[in-house]
Write a protein that binds this ligand. Structure first.
Ligand code: NAD
Ligand code: TYD
Length: 345
């Protein structure tokens, strides 16, 4: 198997990208990773502090939607592969700020594809999401050939990006692969997403806002398992192909929240049912047979154990959590985009 030696990772100061950088440094001792991130509210260098003395990790501050900055980083480093995580990722924010999602997630992807092609990159992996498929009824799972039917601006901006990645392959022969993963959880997730938000609120005995009836179902995957799946697709995935990634752990939101409260030894009276999110997808479930059979990937972590470990990580890293929630990283955000809304957490 050919191992890529010089990889551009976009969005590596965020949740999954940061975990992926660490995963790759361990898994591939010959590989150098250039971590290109704009450091929006969701990304911060504090999450990467332990990598400061690691010569195989190079941080470059830059925006994926900025052609000149992209040109500079591609010219300085001769990348053989690109793994594209950088995105605006919070569905709730996309309801009020769709334009930013299109600029970063859609236009940013096209500009990155153009740069990758111009600089002769051998492999480009697009980190997409199960949300591009829309919502399921009570039965069934999404397969790679399921219709693309996004229901919110975040999902639509990611779906549009997927089509541009496909077009770069079909039109220009760029060696792309697309991964579509279900909901991740684990360390360094910004506390606006369900699991870290609920942990943070419960610690402070604040209400836990559960949207609607709480019976919306997500398929949860521990972030390390997502990282190993991306590694498999990067090195072994067939060009032009899409790979679904899921944990087969389909759980209603209210059950996740109850489990968290039980682990934290907090009362269920903290649960507050609130107005539902508009366009809220009812159920996601992934058929990941293709990556399992073709690339031999399987998740290595159980939901229950990794949920406990995740809770413990947030308890051990309260300061990180509090700084993230207080908007301490907003300065970077403002310099890039002006006065956008602060984290709602
Ligand atoms: P995140 O919000 O935690 O991190 C996003 C990172 O991208 C941050 O470090 C941010 O600073 C950076 N970024 C944002 N805009 C940028 C720009 N214009 N230029 C450069 N950097 C920019 O996100 P995450 O949860 O780690 O998600 C990473 C990727 O995985 C996204 O593409 C997302 O769509 C996808 N994904 C996420 C999940 C999930 O459950 N979190 C599931 C499936 C797919
Ligand atoms: P989230 O973590 O925002 O991920 P996504 O919307 O991308 O799936 O939300 C996961 C689920 O939890 C989703 O069904 C919305 C729900 N949710 C709540 O009920 N309350 C909350 O405060 C949040 C942030 C999410």
């Amino acid at each position: 198997m050919n191992t890529y030696k010089n990889i551009l990772v976009t969005g590596g100061a965020g949740f999954i990208g940061g975990n992926f950088v660490r995963y790759m440094l361990d898994a591939h001792p010959e590989t150098t990773l250039v971590n290109y991130d704009a450091l929006t509210y969701a990304g911060n260098l504090e999450s990467l502090a332990d990598l400061e003395s690691e010569p195989r990790h190079v941080f470059v501050k830059g925006n994926v939607a900025d052609k000149r900055q992209l040109e500079d980083v591609f010219t300085e480093h001769a990348f053989d592969a690109v793994v594209h995580f950088a995105a605006e990722t919070h569905v709730d924010r996309s309801l009020t700020d769709a334009e930013l999602f299109i600029e970063t997630n859609t236009c940013g992807t096209q500009r990155l594809l153009d740069a990758a092609r111009a600089h002769g990159v051998k492999r480009y992996v697009q980190i997409s999401t199960d949300e591009v498929y829309g919502s399921l009824g009570p039965e069934g799972e999404f397969a790679e050939n399921s219709p693309i039917q996004p229901n919110n601006p975040y999902a639509a901006s990611k779906a549009a990006a997927d089509f541009l990645v496909r077009a770069a392959h079909k039109t220009h022969g760029l060696e792309v692969a697309i991964t579509r993963c279900s909901n991740n959880f684990g360390p360094w997730q910004f506390p606006e997403k369900l699991i870290p938000l609920m942990i943070a609120n419960a610690q402070e005995n604040k209400p836990l806002p559960v949207y609607g009836d709480g019976l919306h179902v997500r398929d949860w995957l521990y972030v390390q398992d997502h990282c190993s799946a991306i590694d498999a697709v990067l090195h072994k995935g067939r060009p032009g192909e899409v790979y679904n990634i899921g944990g087969h752990k389909d759980v209603p939101n209210i059950e996740v929240v109850r489990k968290l409260l039980a682990i934290l030894n907090k009362p269920e009276s903290l649960i507050a049912f609130v107005k539902d999110r508009p366009g809220h997808d009812r159920r996601y479930a992934m058929d990941s047979t293709k990556i399992r059979t073709e690339l031999g990937w399987t998740p290595a972590h159980s939901f229950e154990d990794s949920l406990r470990q995740t809770v413990q990580w947030y308890l051990d890293n309260r300061e990180w959590q509090e700084r993230a929630r207080s908007g301490a990283y907003q300065d970077y955000y403002r310099t890039l985009y002006g006065n956008r809304p602060a984290a709602s957490a």
